[in-house]
Design a protein around this ligand. Structure first.
Ligand code: KIV
Length: 276
C-alpha cells in the first residue's frame, strides 16, 4: 500500500530557515492546486484572488466568504503542500477578538494549515492572539497591497532611512508575536537581505530579491495568464495568454466552418456506451 502523504506543516516551514529555499506559489482553484501540489512547499490562497480571478481593482474587495470558498477548493486539490489562506482587509484589524474569530472560521471551514495577514507593529497583538489560539500565522511586510489606497500606489519599500526603520520594527514585531514566516514584498534587495539575516523565521520574498529564505509569485503572473502589465519582479515561465487565445481562435474557426464537432465527437444510436 502506498504510504499516506502528510502535509507540510507551518512548523516544518519555520524549521527551514536558512536551508534549501522554500518554494511558494499562490493558488485559488482546485485544478491549479492539483497541478502545483507536487512542486511546491506552500500554496497561498492570496487575497490577490479578488483581482486575478474576480477582476476587482484592488485586494480590498476580497471578503471572508471569497477567501473561504477558494481556500476550500485549494485544500481539496492538494495533499502535500502547506496551505495558507489570506485574511482579507476588514477581517482582523479592529481587535484581537475579531482576528481570532476570523482565523478560526478560515481554518475551520477550509482545513488550511495557517493564515496570513498584512502589517507589523500595528497587528502584532492580532498575530499573538491568533497564535495563542493554536493557529499558525504568516506575516506580510514591505509593500502591503491592502494599504495601496493609503500609500497612494504600489510603492517600492526600503528606499529611505525612515522606511527602513519601520520595516525593521515591523519584522521584529511579527517575529516576536510568534509568526512562523514572513512575506517581504516590493522591497529593495539590501533591506530584504538585512531583514532575512536579522530575524529567526524564514522570509519569503516577492519582489524582494533572491536573498530571502524562499520565494512566492502569483500563479497567473508566472504562467503568463495575466492580461495587464506584470511587475518587474515577475518571471513568466509560460505564455498561457497565447495558448488560450490560439485555442479559442482555432475552435471558433472550426465551429464556423462546421469541422467541429467531427465524427469522433458525436454519439450514434447503436455504438455508444451509456455515459458520455
Ligand atoms: O495575495 C497575494 O497573492 C499575496 C502574495 C502576493 C504574497 O499576498
Amino acid at each position: 500500500m502506498a504510504p499516506a502523504v502528510t502535509r507540510i506543516s507551518a512548523e516544518t516551514i519555520r524549521a527551514r530557515k536558512g536551508g534549501v529555499p522554500i518554494v511558494c506559489l499562490t493558488a485559488y482553484t482546485y485544478p491549479i492546486a492539483r497541478l502545483l501540489d507536487d512542486h511546491v512547499d506552500l500554496l497561498l490562497v492570496g487575497d490577490s484572488v479578488a483581482m486575478v480571478l474576480h477582476g476587482h481593482k484592488t485586494t480590498l474587495s476580497a471578503s471572508l466568504e471569497m477567501m473561504i470558498s477558494h481556500g476550500q477548493a485549494v485544500t481539496r486539490g492538494s495533499a502535500k503542500a502547506c496551505v495558507v489562506v489570506d485574511m482579507p482587509a476588514g477581517s482582523y484589524e479592529n481587535s484581537a477578538a475579531q482576528a481570532v474569530a476570523s482565523a478560526r472560521r478560515i481554518v475551520g471551514e477550509t482545513g488550511c494549515q495557517a493564515v496570513k495577514l498584512e502589517g507589523g507593529v500595528d497587528v502584532a497583538g492580532q498575530i499573538a492572539a491568533i497564535v495563542a489560539a493554536g493557529i499558525p500565522v504568516m506575516g506580510h511586510v514591505g509593500l502591503q497591497p491592502q494599504s495601496v489606497e493609503k500609500d497612494g500606489g504600489y510603492k517600492i519599500k526600503g528606499r529611505t532611512p525612515e522606511n527602513v526603520a519601520t520595516l525593521i520594527r515591523d519584522a521584529d514585531a511579527v517575529e516576536k508575536a510568534g509568526a512562523f514566516s514572513l512575506v517581504i514584498e516590493g522591497t529593495i534587495e539590501s533591506v530584504a537581505a538585512d531583514l532575512t539575516r536579522r530575524i529567526a523565521i524564514p522570509t519569503i520574498g516577492i519582489g524582494a530579491s533572491g536573498q530571502c529564505d524562499g520565494q512566492i509569485l502569483v500563479i497567473d503572473d508566472m504562467i503568463g495568464l495575466t492580461v495587464d502589465r506584470v511587475p518587474k519582479f515577475v518571471k513568466e515561465y509560460a505564455d498561457l495568454r497565447s495558448v488560450v487565445a490560439n485555442a479559442a481562435k482555432r475552435y471558433a474557426a472550426e465551429v464556423r466552418s462546421r469541422t467541429f464537432p467531427g465524427p469522433s465527437h458525436v454519439f450514434s444510436a447503436s455504438s455508444d456506451k451509456d455515459n458520455v
